[in-house]
Design a protein around this ligand. Structure first.
Ligand code: UT7
Length: 320
């Protein structure tokens, strides 16, 4: 079986917060944020709006793009660090709202969540256990950002992106769908990027903390490493890839990755200027943005790579 990508969709909250607006509350400036991150603005959820709401909106758009009725979906997976509840999974809300049946669960791998989710769902589709899956990356990191901490609050935004994947009998080469996924993690580096306080086990929610420079260095090295790993696994090279869709954390990370792997700049999808870092939502948001612009066509190979808290990282290669 192959896991074919049938459609993409996304959702961004209405409220846009500019760098200038942030500089009214913390000691920062539009110039600093643009120069160090490439971020120009971020979307922020409204009071009462949740990750689940965004996930549902993105899922509906992906179903529409795929031409699939929600009732045909038998697997819903939401990658998120900011679920609506400790349990049940946010994916259950999506399942109910779109009228799907079958299995649902959330995946927590922070900014790598979408790639982790693709990997798990690809495996489930390939075994024949499920046929039609919605894979959603959705996060409202604004809810766990310390808005007084200029080291972190300028970096993040909210949003959701979704894809519909369907199992299709393999009919020989070239494979259309997910070619391979490669997951990694180093729990020993978990102190570089974390939320303090914990969650259900100690009843406190906390804020994001990050050793920015260290994470930056790991990001460039690991993103490059797992991208090459996926290309090698498929006997492909950079020139065979139509588009690279990295996790959108910082334009300087995207530029460094492109430089390291000698990727032409126009092959790297970048939405960091308008979305900021939306954690698990960042890759599917960027993917949908590129699809909406008609940047890719059937048969194109896309390479996705992410790294975030954990540290956890990974890549996915897919042929449209
Ligand atoms: O999504 C998971 C993956 N996350 C990432 O990949 C993020 C990786 N890290 C980064 O993107 C960058 O490290 C940051 C954007 C977080 C920071 O950029 P940097 O170039 O590493 O800056 P820095 O932390 O070394 O700080 C440079 C200076 C410091 O001042 P001093 O010590 O040189 O006087 C900071 O205090 O900039 C200062 N600074 C700020 N100034 C204005 C830090 N934050 C700000 C700010 N506005 N918002």
């Amino acid at each position: 079986m192959n896991s074919r990508l049938l459609g993409t969709g996304s959702y961004l909250p209405e409220r846009v917060v500019s760098n200038a607006e942030l500089s009214e509350t913390v000691d920062t400036s539009d110039e600093w944020i643009i120069a160090r991150t490439g971020i120009g603005q971020r979307h922020i959820v409204a009071a009462g709006q949740t990750t689940g709401d965004m996930a549902i909106a993105a899922a509906q758009k992906a179903l529409q793009a795929a031409g699939i009725d929600g009732r045909a979906v038998d697997l819903v997976v939401v990658a998120t660090t900011t679920p609506d509840n400790t349990f049940p999974a946010t994916a259950g809300k999506v399942q109910a709202e779109i009228g799907a049946a079958g299995a649902f669960f959330d995946i927590q791998a922070v900014c790598s969540g979408f790639v982790y989710a693709l990997s798990v769902v690809d495996a489930l589709l390939k075994t024949g256990a499920h046929r039609t899956a919605l894979v959603i990356g959705a996060d409202a990191l604004s809810r766990i950002v310390d808005w007084q901490d200029r080291n972190t609050c300028i970096l993040f935004g909210d949003g959701a992106g979704a894809v519909v994947l369907q199992a299709e009998p393999a009919t020989g080469a070239p494979v259309r769908g997910i070619l391979s996924t490669h997951l990694h993690g180093a729990g020993a580096t978990r102190d570089l990027l974390y939320v303090d306080g914990g969650a259900g086990s100690n009843q406190k929610t906390g804020f994001i903390h990050m050793e920015g420079r260290d994470v930056f260095k790991h990001a460039v090295a690991k993103l490059a490493e797992c991208t090459l790993e996926s290309l090698e696994a498929n006997g492909l090279n950079v020139a065979d890839v139509a588009g690279f869709i990295p996790h959108q954390a910082n334009q300087r990370i995207l530029d460094a990755l492109a430089k390291k792997l000698e990727i032409p700049a126009d092959k790297v999808v970048s939405t960091v200027a308008k979305h900021a870092n939306t954690s698990a939502a960042s890759i599917p948001l960027a993917l949908d943005d590129a699809m909406q612009q008609g940047r890719f066509k059937a048969g194109d190979v896309l390479s996705m790579q992410a790294i975030g808290g954990g540290l956890a990282w990974g890549s996915a290669l897919i042929r449209l």
